[in-house]
Design a protein around this ligand. Sequence first.
Ligand code: UTP
Ligand code: MG
Length: 608
Amino acid sequence: MTPPAQVYSYDVRNSLSKRPLLGFWRVMTGFHRLYLLAVAALSLSALFSTGATLLIREFIDHQLPRPDLAQIAPWFALAFLLLAALQGAFSFLSGRWASKTAESLALRLRDAMYDHIQRLSFRYHDKMPTGELLSRATSDLDAVRRFFNEQAIGVGRILILFAINFTALLLLNVELALISVIVVPVIIVLSLFFFGKISAYYEKVQEQEAVLSTTLQENLTGVRVVKAFARQEYERNKFEKENFEQYQRGRRFLMMHSLFWPLTDVICFAQMIGGYFIAATMVINGTLTPGSYVAYVSLVTMIINPMRNLGRLIVDMSTGLVSYKRMMEVIAEDQESLIDGTYKPTGDLRGDVEVKNLTFGYDPDTVVLKDISFSVKAGQSVALLGSTGSGKTSLLGLLPRFYEYSTGSITIDGIELKDIPRGWLRGQIGVVEQEPFLFSRTIRENITYGVTREVSDAEVYAAAKAAAVHDVIMTFPDGYNTLVGERGVTLSGGQKQRVALARTLLKDPRILILDDATSSVDSETEDDIRQALLRLMKGRTSFVIAHRIQTVMHADLILVLDEGEIVQRGTHQSLMAEDGIYRRVVELQTRIEEEVEREVTDGIGLPV
Ligand code: UTP
Ligand code: MG
């Protein structure tokens, strides 16, 4: 089965509106007819059902005493069956159409949400907790689905039933009809009051729901840390606290609900009794016939019930509307455009990079990079060295436009980065992240993740060999088809890094960024990788962040960063001639290595 074609024919972002009901109506684009049919079918079904009730009433009141009962009874039975069958048929149709509408819209919204979330900027994801997004994409979406399936259809049905029965009542007796709807404004005002209250409480419930889901998600992601520090008790208390808060919020929310229902019931019953009383007085005074009285009594119940339900629905709708608002808050966030920029790419980039007076911070108050300037020719390599938190990752994160800078300039081949469309730019740059992430797919799928074309096994092997991970992969039970993660092998930190490296190498980028990409790899393997990279990186610009001098020393340009500033620059030779951080680091590392070596040599003589 394929999804209905119209599901994807509408861009959900067009439905953003200050007025949620209008927003809902717009989201339903393509399903309006189906929705109205569902409402109509449900109303018809309700009418047949009241018809059947009236028929029984008629039979008991007027037909039962007749002498020729035996002859008419079968006809009544037949008519009753017919009405019941019609009622069932229309109720079925309505359910079918309503669920098709609701499920299609849920499908549309879910896909739109997923697509949108992955197009949001890094900046947004930094600020928005994962659990919050999860709860908006699941729990809130479900409330919206229920709104379409139950409340939206219900409101239509109630309005139709009310209109029909009210017209019948008007035809019967205008005065009585008006008296019977006297409480309608009261109910509406009351519903709106509770609508506001319940919306507010429900919003609080959903907010806390997101806190809970963030807590759970963090706990699951950090399960190793929790166990390693034996902090289960602490984590449980933390969760219990949040959970109890949710309990209280949930209680307040339901309290409001349970306050509202009896209140409207009392009002409706008072209205009904009052109506009966007035109508009865009219019969006594002779202004109303007994027959009309009986009809009035049955019609009034048919009008009061929708009135009671309308109040409930308005209040129930508050949940759908609040959830809709929460979802739309995410949808309203600007996407990170992949096609912005005036530059029209003609071929691959060459890779001349120039950074001039660049100052950058993740938020306006804190400066992470201060007045950075350097330039590198295509094909050259740049190494970045610096203490932790000095801004190395931040600096290189600007090149693929993960974040936007406001002061200074970065150009590639003389083109300002802001003018180069992100999607294309990222196709030209390969990044091995500091903490690479692999998907729960096969190793092969992970390595080929960055390329859209068909890739031959030979190419995959070559990339894996360059990353010094081919031999390791071959020892796995299914080789390249071994699953990574929960359902497959758990890779070591160094293996993960090397698979990520292979993934980037296969992409064959013009500019390569290796952010501490070999930090979890032993020196010998790192040496293998370095040799392979030297071959591979010919003619490409590369940026390497590393702490080991062996990795850094061969670079054409070495930049030493400290607190967001370049404090030293040059080649290995020139920096060794200077008195500064670089030489100190080199001396320290050599001393440590010598000591280790000495210990190993001395250790040989030790008893085993
Ligand atoms: P970096 O992440 O650029 O430092 O953060 P680094 O040089 O790469 O450090 P190591 O070697 O990997 O450890 C530089 C500063 O930017 C802040 C950090 O708090 C740090 O002070 N930062 C980083 C943010 O404010 N937001 C981020 O998303 C990342
Ligand atoms: Mg870093």
